[in-house]
Design a protein around this ligand. Sequence first.
Ligand SMILES: Nc1nc2c(c(=O)[nH]1)N[C@H]1C(S)=C(S)[C@@H](COP(=O)(O)OP(=O)(O)OC[C@H]3O[C@@H](n4cnc5c(N)ncnc54)[C@H](O)[C@@H]3O)O[C@H]1N2
Ligand code: MOO
Length: 660
Amino acid sequence: MKDRDIIEAVRRAARQEQFLDVVSREEAEKRFRAAVPHKPLAAETVELAAALGRVLAENLTAPIDLPPFDRSSVDGFAVRAADTAGASEPSPVRLRLNKEVLACGTAPALTVAGGSATAISTGGVVPRGADAVVMIENTAFGEDDSGPYVDIKRPASPGGFIAFAGSDIARGETALRQGLEITSREIGVLAACGLSSVSVVRRPRVGIISTGDELVPPGGDLPPGAIYDSNSAITAAAVRENGGEPVLFGIIRDDEDALATRVEKAIAETDLVVLSGGTSKGAGDVSHRILSKLGKPGIIVHGVALKPGKPICLAVARETPVIVLPGFPTSAIFTFHTFVTPLIRALAGLQPRGEDVVDAVLPVRAASEIGRTEYVMVSLGQTQEGLVAFPLGRGSGSVTAFSQADGFFSIDALADAADAGTPQSVHLIGKGLHVPDLVLAGSHDIGLDAVVSILARQGVHVRTLAIGSMGGLAALKRGECDLAPVHLLDPKTGLYNTPFLSEGLSLVPGWRRRQGVVFRKGDTRFEGKAARDAIASVAGDPDIILVNRNAGSGTRILLDGILSGQRPAGYANQPKSHNAVAAAVQQGRADWGMAIENVARLYGLGFLAVGDEHYDFILADSRRDRPAVQAFLNVLGSGEVRAALHALGFVPGDLALAGE
Ligand SMILES: Nc1nc2c(c(=O)[nH]1)N[C@H]1C(S)=C(S)[C@@H](COP(=O)(O)OP(=O)(O)OC[C@H]3O[C@@H](n4cnc5c(N)ncnc54)[C@H](O)[C@@H]3O)O[C@H]1N2
Ligand code: MOO
């Protein structure tokens, strides 16, 4: 790029634009519903084999009786009930057998006259004259001079073992109601009624477009600064989940003309169009710009007082709704479910999605931005007093928040926080509430994934909450989890974890993780040196940039100890994980940092060992006897876990040794 172009790009990026006209969620829904009819699309006929998951367009009136005739429901003999009165094992009633056998599909020719019976199979047509069937087990067959007979050893009552015509569904009755989602059960009814095709609501075709110069489709290479397009995939799946048919129109660069052309094509080919990205204030945010040019009535709402989701844009181009979701994945899914799901379901003829709400206590304070209704994703846990809802604390940019959350609660637009200890109504996401058998809250580690996978195989449902060592310890003391995975270094004693134990808490040894200096391989300022020497030689150089760790983390305490008061360049950059440190060094945003060895290996970085960090578990003694806790302790001591930890470069602790 020429200097002139660069300056122009900077100018464009720095320009303030005011186009968001933020309204409440209720107002946005009202305007959108007024502009876009939320009603089922026209019907179409599909073959029975293609009807699964579709929605019935009309009530189904049974064209025939089911069963179509009076049918025997057992193998036995069709009789007149009155003939069998008083029959018993010691004195059976003898009936002469008619000369026919009513197998399934055989039309009866003979009448069952008084004193006679006809052999009949399950599913056979009950013959004229008969009013009951006697099970074969309650009879004895025989022959005498007059021919074959049957001795009836138990009296039959009228109607016994007969399914009368139309007793299942009567001709003319409504067998299935319009709007029903067709499952295997409904397919069974349709087939039993003899129908080979069915009238269903046409599936709304939903055009999906992702916008952004940085997007790469999954499967492609990821150049620096790029990210994979997750919104197209999430949106397509959510469209399907709600009865629509996704039509992917790919990724479009931040270019107004290219985007307008693609949106026009999508409008022509689909019932509604969902874009994501480029709806906010940035220079590259072009999605909303084209909407006003696509036809009337244009933009209905741009900006809703929601978090996540503020920059959502709802528009109608000629008759087609066009929705621009914010680019951030959590914002995109949230706004999709708020505004797009109800429309797709209505077009597909489905009922609005049912909402399950449970009460749970918020264990920690959750801050909120005044002016927007904030939705907080939570993970649920069980205490003796009831459910607790831990905020997941991931921003709108997170892709995992929505998949890991059990539900969400909302904080009013006028509040700046929801306080610790307050009850909240949690709206469940997904199907039902599954309270985990075991909750581990604290510091996360990939070794823990190995333990959890083995437990999962044993059918133990484990929830891990990455809330940091201190957060885990606090949650444990409040009775909100079973164990807290921690790596807390006490600066006074130089000991890990044990100094943090108190009454009612015990230490379960976990494993050791080698910590050290990470740097790009080949960097001679570090390569081949001892860690402490390397740190001493680079710490005062303003051109050699450190990526530090967050205060309170064990790694930070270790590094501060070595630095003894020095503040190298980059000291204020304090991400919260080993991975973030490794990524900053690998990508050249920093030159060195402290991380664990296996993370250094994962990122192809050089590593100078400093010491071993103890990653242990603090257990609430009151929970030790719970079966899931026992299962955890057993797995932790197993050879399989030891092998997995070794493979990851960790050294298992004492309990693991004792468990072998
Ligand atoms: N100065 C301001 N900046 C921002 C504001 C604001 O009010 N003032 N609003 C913020 C909010 S809130 C949101 S939400 C985001 C949404 O912005 P856009 O809709 O314009 O989205 P982009 O800028 O295009 O992207 C944001 C983010 O999401 C990533 N992204 C985009 N598309 C995808 C995709 N298909 N798959 C995965 N990830 C995607 C993109 O790379 C960005 O990281 O704006 C805030 N900014
Ligand atoms: O609306 Mo944005 O979604 O708050 O992050």
